[in-house]
Ligand binder design. Sequence first.
Ligand code: 13P
Ligand code: ZN
Length: 274
Amino acid sequence: MRFLDAEFVQGFIRMADDGWKQGWHERNGGNLSYRVKEEEVKSVKENFGQGEWKPIGTNVPDLAGEYFLVTGSGKYFRNVIQKPEDSVGMIELDDQGRNYRIVWGLTGGGKPTSELPSHLMNHEVKKLSTDGRYRVIYHAHTTNVIALTFVLPLKDEVFTRELWEMATECPVVFPAGIGVVPWMVPGGREIAVATSKLMEKYDVAIWAHHGMFAAGEDFDLTFGLMHTVEKSAEILVKMLSMQPAKMQTITPEDFRNLAKDFHVDLPERFLYEK
Ligand code: 13P
Ligand code: ZN
């Protein structure tokens, strides 16, 4: 099969383009990665070349030997749909999870996203904690969530609770809550360690004054999660712009009732009295 005809490759391209259309990917902002299934690797293997081994910049032993489809560093989401072979690459990890090599794409000397350590450390945490179900990690520069990191305390409890209150579906879509990483230098191991620690508890991590990371089983669920959180943030920004105080809202008791009917577990630490 031609590499670009594979369903997982098409799904990846569509998701990148959807993110661009949402306005979350100015210039080269944001990045996306997918942990490719064994049978999917087999189906496109005939197209593989072999690049040189290069260090990942962190260790991910539990991902040793796995393949990932990733966006390239400095590449624009806007261009993914037009020139996927230049904007996107497939990488293989070595048998220790320390090095990667490009086996397809990133033509013209491209390399994987500078956030590869965060993507792979998040994948490792999610692979272990979901029995291998989670396969997608997505980083986007979501405007409204970023705006909120200038006016809300950078606490998991506050972001979770305020975003839950803005749309009834939120506690059902992200019942475990949202984590917040304070401002850190992006692109390295330190921010990857901080983010992957939050991914042990949550499917969403906010990077203050920068953007968001979301994790999920497939492209639909992961894009939908990013979209839901950002939509809720947009409502909060609108509300705060009209007047800082709420006239009425969803109460802790309302959330407890919702949790019963929708069969979700909502941790009590988010249902504090204000
Ligand atoms: P890359 O172009 O290296 O993926 O970086 C974009 C970005 O959003 C960094 O946080
Ligand atoms: Zn970024």
